[in-house]
Design a protein around this ligand. Structure first.
Ligand SMILES: [Fe+2]
Ligand SMILES: [Fe+2]
Length: 188
């Protein structure tokens, strides 16, 4: 599918709020791709598709993951919406015909982060976190850091996510811890 067809399909399948969020993530990713020298087409397409599996129910996430040999770890089994990244990465190829491993990986890790995040992965993770409708207390600080320091902003977002998730009593995925530790070690 081309951009217009993908956008029309998402508009039809996502809730209006989720579609608006998606287009905000495209705008945020577009800006960061220009700022940090990332391929603009990849960044925009990964952003457009990052939540393409978000409309699936818990059971549909689990079924789709099982059918496509996506690993369902214990945390994801208990919180199946964590699978909408990995499921979305496969859906991007199967439904939307996007056969680009870099785009798929950025979609895969946009919710949890992962070890060895590249520039595109960081941009999509951050764009999802700081798009213009996000309004949690620390968002402005992270937005400001994302103007100049991609790694610093990503670490800040991962830290904030871990703290927030812990405070709400939800499960923290190991990939988020791995992502944060990896970036901090590499920064030293
Ligand atoms: Fe998402
Ligand atoms: Fe999102």
């Amino acid at each position: 599918m081309n951009w217009t067809d993908i956008e029309a399909d998402l508009k039809k399948n996502l809730t209006p709020k989720r579609f608006r969020h998606t287009m905000n993530v495209v705008a945020a990713a577009d800006k960061m791709a220009r700022d940090f020298g990332c391929n603009l087409d990849q960044a925009r397409l990964a952003a457009l598709l990052h939540d393409c599996a978000k409309n699936l129910t818990d059971q549909q996430q689990l079924d789709y993951a099982q059918k496509h040999q996506i690993k369902i770890d214990r945390i994801s089994h208990n919180d199946p919406q964590l699978l909408h990244g990995p499921v979305g990465a496969v859906l991007a190829k199967e439904r939307y015909g996007i056969d680009d491993a870099a785009i798929q990986n950025a979609i895969d890790c946009h919710t949890t982060g992962c070890k060895n995040m590249n520039t595109l992965d960081k941009i999509i993770y951050l764009a999802d976190y700081i798009e213009k409708d996000r309004s949690f207390p620390e968002v402005e600080t992270i937005r400001q850091m994302a103007e100049t320091d991609l790694d610093g902003a990503t670490i800040m977002a991962l830290t904030n996510c871990i703290c927030h998730v812990a405070q709400t009593g939800a499960l923290i995925h190991k990939r988020t811890i791995d992502a944060r530790n990896d970036l901090i070690i590499k920064q030293k």
